[in-house]
Design a protein around this ligand. Structure first.
Ligand SMILES: *Cc1c(COP(=O)(O)O)cnc(C)c1O
Length: 375
């Protein structure tokens, strides 16, 4: 029996064509014609003011920390239930991640807890749109405005998802996307920073180009370029952009197909939810999701490790995440947590993520396998 892998990166079949074109054009460093196509696609399809490709979402988050002038001791409010990059990007500049608990329905930051964590040192809120399902952005944006805070959306999982019709990553001053191969749209490794506040655009270009005004130079706005600010190298080469463009061109079809598989799981697990064996994901009416992750929250009586082992024997790969950041060695050392984060700790022990990838025709086997083991 062949094992059903947890993930299998999707290929549209047009990636090589574009890579061949890029090769023929002979400009393989960044910001060539394919990068421009990706930027235009992202700007048109998300409505952000400016999109810039980066090596990863991690890189986009690091750029964000530089762009909002993070200083040592600044406090950044974020969920503990997230990937390490959300915290690392700010901690690298000496900021203190302040960990908030999550909502038990969407597993997104609990907006009702944010205000109690704000101090005079708070600089930004970083909502993470888990599984491509939007956070409660009205409340978060309101709190940020009232307290003069930046909002940096970790929208790593959020491509083609929206909140009340607005694309994820375009509501905060900055949004960060991931094109890692585990995400819906990918280029192996890859990412983008979406700038929604025009006053940050020029400096974003400079930071991304090693602290130089090289972008202005290429536009003919200055006759030489020089070192004018701190920066690093955050732009990917053209081969990555060529690959990514093939995926962006098909992103609506990709999203549709993922949503279809997501819906199949959702329907199948209704009965097990009714029996109290598990809880299914919740997508609030304000959110349009992209089918990035299908997860189930197992009942407390079910031993997750044993379940994963039994499913493995049936040739079904399942995984879990995240180890809460506030309980991690570095999170304890560099972060700050007020009291316990009961929902985060509970969910991280009970969540199980199921295989979901395009072209997967063994979904029935996954659904039956889980039902057999836990009934
Ligand atoms: C995947 C992911 C990242 C990191 O993305 P990379 O492109 O691999 O750097 C950051 N935050 C979240 C929530 C993610 O899921």
């Amino acid at each position: 029996m062949k094992t059903i892998p947890f993930n299998k990166p999707y290929l549209t079949g047009h990636e090589f064509e574009h890579i061949r074109d890029a090769h023929k054009q002979g400009q393989l460093a960044g910001d060539g014609s394919f990068t421009k196509l990706c930027h235009a696609w992202l700007e048109e399809n998300t409505g952000c003011r400016k999109a810039l490709l980066t090596h990863s979402c991690t890189a986009a988050l690091e750029m964000s920390a530089m762009l909002i002038d993070i200083n040592p001791g600044d406090e950044i409010i974020m969920p503990s239930y997230t990937f390490v990059s959300t915290a690392n990007a700010f901690a690298l500049r000496g900021a203190i991640p302040v960990f908030a608990d999550i909502r038990p329905d969407t597993l997104n930051i609990d907006e009702n807890l944010i205000e109690s964590l704000i101090t005079p040192r708070t600089k930004a809120i970083v909502p993470v749109h888990y599984a491509g399902v939007s956070c409660e952005m009205d409340e978060i944006l309101e709190i940020a405005k009232k307290n003069g805070l930046f909002v940096i959306e970790d929208s790593a999982q959020g491509i083609c998802s929206s909140f009340k019709g607005t694309a994820l990553g375009t509501m905060g001053q900055i949004g960060c996307l991931s094109f890692h191969e585990t995400k819906n749209i990918h280029s192996g490794e890859g990412g983008a920073i979406l700038i929604n506040d025009s006053s940050l655009i020029e400096r974003a270009e400079i930071i991304r180009e090693k602290g130089t005004d090289r972008s202005r130079f290429f536009r003919g706005q200055v006759d030489k370029y020089t070192w004018i600010d701190l920066g690093s190298s955050y732009l990917p080469g053209e081969l990555i952009a060529a690959f990514l463009y093939a995926q962006l061109e098909e992103s609506y079809e990709i999203t549709e197909r993922r949503l279809k598989s997501w819906g199949k799981y959702h329907k199948a697990f209704k009965e097990l939810e009714r029996c109290g064996k598990l809880m299914r994901p919740v997508v609030p009416s304000y959110a349009n999701s992209n089918g990035h992750i299908y997860y189930i929250i197992l009942d407390e009586t079910i031993n997750r490790d044993a379940l994963i082992e039994k499913l493995k024997l049936k040739g079904i790969d399942t995984v879990f995440h995240y180890q809460p950041l506030h309980l991690s060695p570095t999170g304890k050392k560099l972060g700050q947590t007020k009291g316990n984060l009961p929902v985060t700790e509970d969910i991280s022990r009970r969540i199980l993520r199921l295989p979901l990838w395009i072209g997967m025709d063994e979904q029935q086997r996954v659904m039956e396998g889980i039902a057999e083991v836990i009934m």
